[in-house]
Design a protein around this ligand. Structure first.
Ligand code: MG
Length: 289
């Protein structure tokens, strides 16, 4: 790899009697390459935005949930459900028990805030002892935009139909592998979701999702065929679509516990760092990218 401040630049700067600022200026000039056709910058352009510093969170242990990165929106830290409501509105029916949000009916849970492209981290534990089988064992789910379910299910030694097992895009795509931990152990989802893109009322790019289950890739930038559901063939909505929707957690009759839930909206950083656009992306419609 080429040294950032080349010996040629340093020799030139020393000979010219300039200081560190001068050396950096010379080095920066040397690193101006050809124009990138996909951005407004040249290759190695020193004038493009410096990525903002984010302090990473801490990793969870079985006994103690970790913390969120410094730029995340914390949705649940074990204390209360003030960021949430019942699906469609009203106080949550989910309960906070011993620092966890317990899936409790009759309503699903959803965030008050709505999100578009988003990184999601959450952790859950399946009920002990395991009860029921197939779809009846530890069923819950993560709803992206309130419409697309990434299944939560206790599939540790519990077979079910593959497109409905844990980490499936429900009813559409099974996970690549089964990365379930035994019931009672805390498990993680790290999800990256992109909304469908519409232009002039027509779908130009379906939604997609990447899922890491307990650190194992289970969905790889997977296209989503439309809102998920039981015994339906999903269809893409034929015309425009909401730019954002809530993050939801399903009540399916089983006391699944959740902890350490945070999100990072993605649109603004993606545009700013990759193309040079500077935009308040959270205000942009879904088809603006
Ligand atoms: Mg479910």
């Amino acid at each position: 790899m080429k040294s950032f401040i080349s010996s040629k630049a340093a020799r030139f700067a020393c000979a010219a009697g300039v200081g560190l600022a001068g050396i950096l200026a010379v080095a920066a000039e040397e690193h101006h390459g050809p124009q990138q056709p996909w951005s407004k910058y040249t290759v190695h352009d020193m004038s493009r935005p410096v990525p903002p510093v984010v302090t990473p969170g801490t990793v969870s242990t079985p006994e103690k949930p970790g913390t969120a990165p410094s730029d995340a929106i914390v949705l649940f830290d074990g204390k209360d459900l003030s960021a949430w409501q019942s699906s469609g509105g009203g106080d949550p029916t989910f309960k906070v028990v011993d620092g966890a949000a317990l899936s409790y009916g009759p309503k699903n849970l959803e965030t008050k805030e709505k999100f578009g492209d988003v990184q999601v981290h959450l952790e859950w534990a399946e009920p002990v002892p395991a009860q029921g089988d197939s779809q009846g064992r530890g069923n819950s789910g993560v709803f992206l935009m309130g419409l697309f379910e990434v299944q939560v299910l206790d599939n540790f030694k519990n077979p079910t139909y593959p497109d409905g097992q844990c980490s499936a895009v429900y009813g559409q795509y099974p996970p690549q592998v089964n990365a379930c931990r035994p019931p009672g152990e805390w498990q993680t989802y790290d999800i990256v979701f992109h909304t469908p893109r519409y232009a002039e009322g027509k779908l130009v790019e379906p939604a997609n999702v990447t899922v890491l289950h307990n650190g194992v890739l289970t969905q790889d930038h997977q296209r989503i065929e439309g809102p998920t559901g039981h015994m339906i063939v999903a269809k893409q909505p034929p015309s425009s679509f909401p730019a954002k929707g809530p993050l939801g957690l399903q009540f399916h009759g089983n006391p699944v516990r959740y902890r350490n839930i945070w999100v990072r909206p993605l649109e603004a950083l993606d545009r700013q760092q990759h193309t040079g656009e500077v935009a308040a992306a959270t205000e942009k419609p879904a088809d603006s990218k």
